[in-house]
Design a protein around this ligand. Structure first.
Ligand code: AP5
Length: 216
């Protein structure tokens, strides 16, 4: 099970990847979560990455490729993984293909989450995230039972710095310029499956199951 979730900010990649990784027993490798952890820990990598993330810009490829190269080499990723938010540029996709080929592996499926821009902005600006377990909520469409408190672990919910409207719009522009070209890249390789990323979360999960099964 080697799958990448591809889609614009707010498409629901993390929401689905967290559940499916548990179900499939593979690690959920989310570059955004890894960078935010490094930033919270105050590491040099985290502080450097934070300067880009605050603007809604992409962190340079060499930093991301180094980070993911190390993470993919860890024993828990040998049996498979869900990539969330990586690769995000053609350079990252090429580096990933090489990393996997060196280990005698390939990426089996790339799932593209198709969501309208209006819905993406609504989701991003209303999102709240648990500081402890990273579960995402939405003030209107997926509110926690108690305001400000995570249903799963009791952690504090917060609004991400980059979820303000101005930065969210910039992230969508960066996505269109730098990441959307990956659709043709993976379509040409026959590994891309597009799913509709709007509608009930369970229905989308079912569509992902079908998309992954179709490639096995
Ligand atoms: P990252 O953390 O990866 O952010 P992103 O890709 O912009 O994706 P999001 O986390 O915003 O959205 P998501 O698709 O996971 O949606 P979610 O499930 O939370 O990256 C942040 C930054 O780090 C980047 O801007 C960049 O600076 C840097 N970075 C990271 N990776 C990088 C890389 N590879 N290269 C360079 N830089 C990198 O859902 C969103 C909301 O919608 C939630 O509120 C959720 O409850 C709600 N929701 C989910 N599904 C549904 C549904 N079906 N219906 C209604 N609401 C829904």
């Amino acid at each position: 099970m080697r799958v990448a979730f591809l889609g614009p900010p707010g498409a629901g990649k993390g929401t689905q990847a967290r559940e499916l990784a548990r179900e499939w027993g593979v690690p959920h490798l989310a570059t955004g979560d890894m960078l935010r952890e490094a930033l919270a820990a105050g590491t040099r990598l985290g502080l450097e990455a934070g300067r880009y993330m605050d603007q809604g810009a992409l962190v340079p490829d060499d930093v991301i490729i180094g980070l993911m190269g190390e993470r993919l080499a860890a024993a828990d990723a040998w049996k498979g993984f869900i990539l969330d938010g990586f690769p995000r540029t053609i350079g990252q996709a090429e580096a990933l293909a090489k990393l996997l080929a060196d280990a005698g592996q390939t990426l089996e499926r790339v799932i593209f989450f198709d969501v309208s821009e209006t819905e993406l902005l609504r989701r991003l600006t209303g999102r709240r995230v648990c500081r402890r377990c990273q579960t995402a909520y939405h003030l209107v469409s997926a509110p926690p039972k108690r305001p400000g408190v995570c249903d799963k672990c009791g952690g504090e919910l917060y609004q991400r710095e980059d979820d303000g409207e101005k930065t969210a719009r910039n992230r969508l522009e960066v996505y269109a310029k730098r990441t959307a070209p990956l659709l043709d890249h993976y379509r040409a390789g026959g590994r891309l499956v597009t799913i509709r990323g709007e509608g009930p979360i369970e229905a989308i999960r079912y569509a992902i199951h079908e998309a992954v099964e179709s490639g096995r």
